[in-house]
Design a protein around this ligand. Sequence first.
Ligand SMILES: Cc1ncc(COP(=O)(O)O)c(C=O)c1O
Length: 378
Amino acid sequence: MQQPKIWLSLAHMSGREMDFIKEAFDTNWVVPLGPNVDGFERDLSEYLGGSRHVVALSSGTAALHLGLILLGAGKADEVICQSFTFSASANPISYVGATPVFVDSEPDTWNMDPDLLEEAIRDRIRVTGKKPKAIIPVHLYGMPANMERIQKIAARYEIPILEDAAEALGAEYRGQKCGTLGEMACLSFNGNKMITTSGGGALVCRTREEAEMAKFYATQARDQAPHYQHSKIGYNYRMSNICAGIGRGQMTVLQDHVDRRREIHAYYHDALLGMPGITLLTNPTDEYRSNHWLTCVLVDPAVAGYTREDLRLAMDAANIETRPLWKPMHLQPVFADAPYYGNGVSESLFDKGLCLPSSPVLSEADLERVVEVFRDRL
Ligand SMILES: Cc1ncc(COP(=O)(O)O)c(C=O)c1O
C-alpha cells in the first residue's frame, strides 16, 4: 500500500487565526483595511526589529511592483535583478516598462554575485549612458545574499536596493533581519511560505513617507478630495482585513516555524553527510543565518551515480514531492532579449539542484522516509 503523500511545503495554522477572523466578522471589518491590517503591520514591523514601516498588500509581487514605482523606475530605465530566482522577482520590472538586467549567482550563497553586479553596473553605464534604477538581490530559499558587498557597491554607485525577501522572513544577516537590509523589501505570505495569509505580501519601507505613498498607490491613488479624483495611476493591492487576521494568528507561530525549518535542515544535513555526490545549501559563515525555508541539495552525477532527475523520480515513486531549483531568468524564453552578466553558476545549480520537503509539520518519520530514498532507492 502506498504511504501518505509528503508535500514540499505546507501551511501550518496556529489555531489563533479564527479568533482574529471572527472578530473581523463580528465587528463588520470585512474590507481591505481595519484593525487586523494595522495589527499585522505592527507585528511584522516589531519582528523585523522595529525600525521599518510595513505595508500589508495582496501579494509579494504587488510589493515589488509598488517598490519599483516608489523608486521611480519606468520606461527607458534598467533594473538589475538576480537571475537565479522565481519569475515574480523580475516580472514587476516589466510591469513598470523597464528592462531587467540579469546578474548570476555566487557559489556560496547561490545569490547575486557582487563582482558580477559591479561589472553589470559599469557596463550598463557604458552602454546606456545612465545608471540602473534599482538592484533586486534575492535571499533565495531563505539564504541571505552577500549584503555587505552588495550594499557597498550600491552605495558607491548610489543605486537603491529593493530586497526580495519573499522567501526569507526570519532569516538574518550579521544579526539583522532580511527585509531590513535595503531601501525597501518585499515579503510574501503565499501558501507555501514561512507564514501564510492564504495569499498576501508586504512592502517594508525605511520611512513613514514611503509607507504612506505605498498605501496611496495600493488604494487606487486617490487624491485628497471629497469626490474621487486621481492624478496618478493607482492599484488595488491592499491586504484584506480577513487575510490580515490569518496573518496575526500566524505571527504567533512564526518563530516556531523558523526554528522547525532550521531543525529539519539540520536533520537532513546530518543524515546526508558523507553521502557520495550530495551537498546541501548551508550558511557559508556565522554571519549568515538562513531560515532554511526549503532545504536544497545538489546532486553531482559523476560522484553520486545518479542525476537530480533520477532523485526526483525516485522521490515521486515514494509519494514524496520535491522540486527542481528555480530555472534562471536569463534562460526563460520571456526574458531571452534581456542583458545578462553570467558565470554559469545558476545554470549548474538548476541542472543539479532539488528542493526537499521542509514543512514545519513534518515528523521525524516523514524525514526518515525522505532520507531512505537516498539510501535505498537509487
Ligand atoms: C523569490 C520570490 N519572489 C517573489 C515572490 C512573489 O510572492 P507572491 O507569490 O506573494 O506574489 C515569490 C513567491 O511566490 C518568491 O519566491
